[in-house]
Design a binder for this molecule. Sequence first.
Ligand code: UD1
Length: 431
Amino acid sequence: MDRIRITGGQKLLGVIPISGAKNAALPLMIASLLTPETLTLENVPRLADVRLLIRILGNHGVDHTVDGKRLGDSPNAGQTIHFRSKEIVDTTAPYELVSRMRASFWVLAPLLARAGEAKVSLPGGCAIGTRPVDLLLEALQSLGVDLEIENGYVVATARKGLVGGEVNFAKVTVGGTHTALMGAAMARGDTVIRNAACEPEVKDLADCLNAMGAKISGAGTSTIEVQGVTSLHGARHSVLPDRIETGTYAMAVAMTGGDVLLEGARADLLQAALDVLAQTGADVLPTELGVRIRRNGGAIEPVDVTTDPFPGFPTDLQAQFMGLMTRAAGSSRITETIFENRFMHVQELARLGARIRLDGDTAIVEGVKALTGAPVMATDLRASVSLVIAGLAAQGDTTVHRVYHLDRGFERLEQKLVACGAQIERVSDPG
Ligand code: UD1
């Protein structure tokens, strides 16, 4: 099993190209189930989750081709992939696949829209809290879907097609909003989605669906209106830049010191996190090419943070920010409001010498003068990258085990960091 070995203490200097967003690419790929024509996605990141979803979609009958490199392409360009689901050949998404990636549960809505039925295993994914799917299922029921739970599977039918309706989310849910959008796009009649997630990835999905012929307005706000259409057609769409990858590297620079241009990043996608970084003492400079982050000496100021749905501070940057706060000149409070049990990184950060106390949904972090390298264990995608960041700033060597978590969501992590002067390498065990 691969490990990542880091020798800490280097400043980061240079350019890091930001990849297409995993959390946008996944629902966009799933949207290809909605049309028999070709959906071409550009700027798709090279990630384990993308490869797994390609397998899952292939099982339903989606063919894909990946464009080869073109003369003049930047070596950092994302992939262009053409998806075509001429016919849905199988409406079952089996446990073996869905249990490995929660987002694959979202095939439910487009399978229902296209085939009138779907049988999808209850999901797995990152171990961050119980993560129920009740709100996704309620949304589908509001669109006329009949549901049963049988042997760990959701068995859903909409024999006469989906029908428009009112979807009122009791809690903001990104996956629920994706589900409602994909269900409503081809429903008979109009749908209003209230308390919708405002995340940029929801807007990206709606933009793509509109390019495919859907009639969606208000995406990016908490009320979305959808006029159902009878069919969708092919389209071409570019995946938006990854705001979580952007914030992750920004925090790495704020922690190690240095000066890095996050090329292709869009500040408007993570303004709350960038504002917090500026309060910690980092220079945050949006430029035409991306976002530049700089910190030269000076203390890391402690800042209190509470995670919130967009446009608030993202839960997917909570672990990384905690890594930064472990070196702050004072005490900070980090409150997690989106997922319970999303503090698994705390005990691993403690192995590097961090001083963190948990009080319910709040972590109280007492900044220390220095972290020291140690072997640590990655537990989930974002937690594992917080350990990498901390390792980059620690004295001595850190080894991060179970790096397959990182490969799910960070494209060419070691290469991007090495190019900026970090001492980080992947070590594979023989056999
Ligand atoms: C997506 C992101 C994930 C991010 C999260 C919150 C992808 C692939 N994943 O996950 O990286 O951390 O948004 O920004 O895009 N909930 C319910 N019932 C439901 C659905 C959700 O109670 O049916 C709860 C969840 O347990 C959680 C909250 O709602 O407490 C938000 O979850 P949600 O926004 O749905 O997260 P995901 O879409 O799974």
